[in-house]
Design a binder for this molecule. Sequence first.
Ligand code: XBP
Ligand code: MG
Length: 257
Amino acid sequence: MTNLEVLLFDVDGTLADTERDGHRVAFNNAFAEAGLDWHWDEALYGDLLAVTGGKERIRRYIETSCPDFSVEGDLGEYIAGLHKLKTKHFKQIMADGKLPLRPGVLRLIKEAKGAGLRLGIATTTTPENVTALLNAAIGEEGESWFDIIAAGDIVPQKKPAPDIYVWAMEKLGVRPEQCAALEDSENGIKSALGADIPTVVITVNGYTRDEVFDGATLVVDQLGEEESPCSVMAGEATGIKMVDLGLLQSLHEKGSC
Ligand code: XBP
Ligand code: MG
């Protein structure tokens, strides 16, 4: 049996509910600033979330919804410029402080840190976005609570490829059996399982509720707090109010025996 030593957190949808009112709005603000008449409503954005990464998502939209769109020069450079604008708007939305951490996230982070576990981030989002979210939601010391921040284009292939988890574990010098991943999406769990992480807890959100989480250790609606208990949707944990370190350790023990 291998002890649980590291918690690896996804960001969007897991640490905070950032997609609908954060990223989606930032994309639309960037389109407006660039003089484009594109608008991603909630339903369209839900479909586009199948593609991870903002630049990749813009390209998919052009290919599927605006096939005649053309620019002078290189399309990849144009998309990169548009995506920079989007990052600017996302950071502003974070600085406005309207998107808090999801219930139970801060509780679990503090508990794990206090117990001497190491923490990491494994996300497809741009590193600046992670900094902006942690600064706004935790404070300037937020980033320093994490021993590794693995984000964005540092790996060639984004989730569902396992690369970002593999990269984070290599930097931390740990094996998958020492880790648990916290995710919110099908692309996320595929990535974590593809990296051989044995314990994967899913907290669903409005966009991912109906996705398939085969191989998940536990699926809940949120990590939960004393005053807002979680609901278990799949996994061996009946009657729990929240996902805490003790629960993660016992699930990990069972899974890695
Ligand atoms: C979810 C994503 C991200 C963001 C956009 O990331 O797919 O791409 O929606 O971020 P996570 P960028 O792995 O944290 O769930 O526009 O910065 O690429
Ligand atoms: Mg996510």
